[in-house]
Design a binder for this molecule. Structure first.
Ligand code: D0Z
Ligand code: ZN
Length: 619
């Protein structure tokens, strides 16, 4: 949704870090050294509690010291892309992966011992990774990962193959998807981008096989099962939970989908937009139809401003990247949270450098597990970027909040929590708040609520089925249920079933449309974003309650509320020291994920959409 700019290659490092508990990386080697000497004798005698405690203690001590080397290599690579920095970064990853696998295998020795609750949790966290003991496999795995990530980042679509001037990168193609109204131009940009991923389809299939091998070494059925195991429940339970949540929100999505269908039909005609069945995917203002806020001008209610749009004012005021970031920081400090450390301002990359290649795709980094936190982003004065900075600082404030936890607990309660922190803050970026900042001239009155809500729904509700289906597809692929020859077939079955969108043209022979979404070649799990889109409304409902707010949920902003801030901070400070349901309980009193909060939030819009749909369908 906010990916409007060039996305050069993500480093293999980042993927590794996101997939395999970053904090464990460098220390594993150290631990394997400590224990290899005694391995032979350990085989005979069953391990003792004292040995397990020592194992964990050594692990954490070494981790504290060693963990950041791969992260630093990745940072340098992504902010100065050269062959050399890529080599250094991949090398660091290979070492990390080897070490991480070894330590995960060793940790299994201590399973079942009567350890403290905390140590049991640490031991389990250590085993949430893959292990490729065979160095040939491991090298192939890291090589494939680098290749795919590079291929995605470098991909260009040249409408006239002989003319370099006709070539466009992802950022430029996304720009077309966002702003053109010519269906032929949209379709060309869409199809052009979706041609690129075929080049790494075979590599992806090889990579999946190796990844599964690594998951099986540690006893998981496959890599999908490993991913679903990261939520303090069994893989089956997590699949059931996400399905339950999807069923809860589906009626809301259906109402939005129908309303947008009718508006698109008015604009593009019955030929292109059918009355029933899936809608062509190139018409939603986004390469993946994953969020639709670019359609707001087309679908906005008559006479409504919608007015979350601060782009014009930001440009007028010549707001630079640092000032944009200060606005977001200002929100968090208004809750009583600390100011960002000086090093954040000194070391972050906030703008696109002119003299070198960088990865512009926004990201948040925690380099030394203390206060060396940074963001890397190519900020422009737009509404999208304004909101994305709030998302990234959510990661940063989480990192800062849990910095006093023991090493293994420096992570989100689960990855969905990490993704939800900044998005929750985005919900408090209301017209009233923007007006307070001087970024919005007029505060729309209550009668304008529908416009604002619709704008937000195009962003947040439209995302839900996409957030769900990406990993539905990957779970099947990793489980071996879907073979390469059926990648596209099943991808589009899911896209039609959940999003109600269809391919603008028949599938290509040997195409790889799933691979056209960054997180697939980069192998970053995606269910976390679905979870986050449910949780952020639960968080918001709890924080607004704490703030003593009693009005309609969509009009609540917790800006400046220290009480809400304290509640939030207390949850953040737990890191992953407790199962996520306990973290949720400290804040909201709830123990389960619950979509009733997002339904509450959009309740007035649902009524309005259904009325519109009735009128438009009959009109
Ligand atoms: C470099 C991770 C975060 C810490 C994880 C801790 C990181 C990058 C990723 C970037 C974005 C691009 C703009 C917003 C986020 C991304 C998805 C899905 C999405 C998200 C929010 C939303 C709508 C959609 C997309 C991020 N740190 N465990 N990751 N978003 O690995 O160490 O920086 O891809 O409202 O499809 O756009 O989450 O911030 S790191
Ligand atoms: Zn994020």
């Amino acid at each position: 949704m906010f990916l409007l700019y060039l996305s050069p290659p993500f480093s293999y490092n980042e993927r590794l870090v996101m997939r395999i508990q970053p904090q464990l990386v460098a220390a594993a080697l150290a631990i394997s050294l400590c224990f290899s000497a005694t391995a032979a004798s350990n085989k005979k005698a069953p391990p003792t509690v004292a040995e397990a405690e020592q194992f964990l203690k050594n692990a954490e001590a070494r981790l504290e010291k060693l963990s950041d080397s791969a992260q630093r290599a990745a940072w340098v690579y992504e902010t100065h892309i050269t062959d050399d920095t890529e080599a250094i970064s991949s090398q660091a990853n290979d070492i990390s992966l080897a070490a991480l696998g070894e330590i995960a295998l060793q940790a299994r020795r201590y399973n079942g011992l009567p350890l403290s609750v905390e140590n049991k949790r640490k031991l389990k966290l250590l085993q949430l990774s893959i292990s490729l003991s065979d160095s040939k496999d491991r090298e192939a795995y890291t090589r494939l990962a680098s290749f795919m990530s590079g291929a995605y980042g470098k991909a260009k679509y040249c409408s006239k193959p002989s003319d370099e001037g006709s070539c466009k990168n992802l950022g430029q193609l996304e720009e077309i998807l966002a702003h053109s109204n010519d269906p032929a131009v949209l379709k060309d940009a869409w199809l052009g981008w979706h041609k690129q991923s075929a080049s790494y389809k075979d590599k992806y299939a090889e990579y999946v096989a190796l990844s599964n091998k690594g998951a099986r070494e540690l006893g998981y059925a496959d890599t999908g099962a490993l991913w679903r195991s990261q939520y303090d429940m069994s893989p089956q339970e997590f699949a059931q939970e996400t399905e339950r949540l999807w069923q809860q929100v589906k009626p809301l999505y259906d109402s939005l989908h129908l309303y947008v269908r009718l508006k698109l039909r008015e604009k593009y005609g019955a030929e292109i937009v059918p009355l029933t069945g899936p809608i062509p995917a190139h018409l939603f203002g986004n390469m993946w139809s994953q969020s639709w806020e670019n359609l707001y001008p087309l679908v906005k209610p008559q006479g409504q401003a919608g007015s979350l749009d601060v782009g014009e004012v930001l440009k007028q005021k010549n707001t630079d990247a640092q000032a944009m970031t200060r606005y977001a920081e200002g929100f968090y400090t208004s809750l009583g949270m600390e100011k960002l450390p000086d090093s954040f301002w000194a070391k972050s990359m906030l703008t696109k450098p002119r003299d070198r290649e960088v990865v512009c795709h926004a990201s948040a980094w925690d380099l030394n597990n203390l206060t060396d936190v940074r963001i890397k982003m190519c900020i422009n004065p737009t509404t999208e970027d304004f909101l994305t900075i709030h998302h990234e600082l959510g990661h940063i404030y989480y990192d800062l909040a849990y910095r006093n936890q023991p090493y293994l607990f420096k992570a989100g309660a689960n990855d969905g929590f990490h993704e939800a922190i900044g998005d929750t803050v985005q919900l408090s970026v209301t017209p009233e708040y923007l007006n307070k900042l001087g970024l919005l001239k007029e505060v729309p009155d209550v009668s304008q609520d529908i416009g604002v809500l619709l704008n937000r729904a195009l962003e947040k509700v439209a995302f839900l089925p996409f957030g769900y289906l990406v990993d539905q597809w990957r779970w099947k692929v990793y489980a071996g249920e879907v073979k390469p020859q059926d990648y596209d077939k099943v991808w589009w079955e899911l896209r039609e079933k959940y999003q109600g969108v269809k391919r603008p043209a028949p599938s290509e022979a040997n195409g790889f449309d799933a691979g056209a979404k960054y997180h697939v070649p980069a192998d970053v799990p995606y269910a976390r974003y679905f979870v986050a889109h449910i949780l952020q409304f639960q968080f918001q409902r709890a924080l607004c309650k704490e703030a003593g707010y009693t009005g309609p949920l969509h009009r609540c902003s917790i800006f400046g509320n220290k009480k809400a801030g304290e509640k939030y901070q207390a949850m953040l400070a737990l890191g992953t020291s407790k199962p996520w349901s306990e973290a949720l309980k400290t804040m909201s009193g709830e123990e389960k994920m619950d979509a009733s909060a997002i339904l509450d939030y959009f309740a007035p819009l649902k009524v309005w959409l259904d009325a519109q749909n009735k009128a438009l369908s009959h009109g």
